[in-house]
Write a protein that binds this ligand. Structure first.
Ligand code: SAM
Length: 179
């Protein structure tokens, strides 16, 4: 079962920081990769740099064609969740979303085209209040993964830098010091 985030409507420069955070949250909360409909080497390189240091197999592809990507995903049997404050609230939608199916999670930036609302199998709200794509994605992934018995907050990555949690201060061990 693959979980992929599709970030649409990214405006290079204006959305650089938020889209990078979408990717970092996707990786940290257990998604397998992110697709970006715009081209942005800066986003791609920042996330790849984090993955090289902190581990995992998170993939990132920019410049994908929206309709083509969605069409192929559905043809291959994958399901689509679109995160929107107008959707069915997450606690009500979650029981219907099957853990064993490939899942694409779409998050917007500015105004989201009506096509996305139609093509989604579920339009899901993380609470019916406006907030942020980063917050919505993190909460969705946390609840979704925990439904499948995985707690994203305790995940460990082999062959990577590792933090030793501290009450005060910082302690980080590099991979080569762990072997
Ligand atoms: N005005 C935009 C629209 O028409 O949907 C919303 C823009 S909002 C700043 C950016 C993204 O954050 C949305 O596309 C959605 O993916 C996500 N988002 C914001 N609030 C949300 C909520 N309560 N539940 C789910 N997703 C949310």
């Amino acid at each position: 079962m693959a979980v992929i985030v599709l970030r649409i409507g990214h405006r290079p420069q204006r959305d650089l920081r938020v889209t990078t955070h979408v990717g970092l949250a996707a990786r940290a909360f257990g998604a397998d990769g992110m697709l970006l409909t715009s081209r942005d080497r800066n986003v791609k390189e920042s996330i790849e740099k984090v993955t090289r240091s902190w581990g995992g197999r998170f993939t990132i592809e920019d410049g994908v064609n929206l309709k083509e990507t969605v069409r192929r995903w559905k043809e291959d049997g994958g399901k689509i969740v679109h995160l929107t404050m107008y959707g069915i609230n997450l606690p009500d939608a979650l029981p219907e979303i099957k853990l064993e199916e490939d899942l694409m999670i779409i998050v917007g930036a500015g105004k989201v085209p009506p096509y996305i609302y139609r093509v989604a199998d579920w339009n899901v709200a993380v609470g019916n209040q406006p907030h942020s794509e980063v917050a919505a994605l993190a909460v969705f992934l946390d609840r979704f993964k925990r439904e499948g018995g995985i707690d994203p907050l305790t995940r460990e990555y082999p062959h990577a830098k590792r933090i030793i949690p501290q009450v005060h201060g910082k302690r980080v061990i590099n991979w080569d010091a762990q072997v």
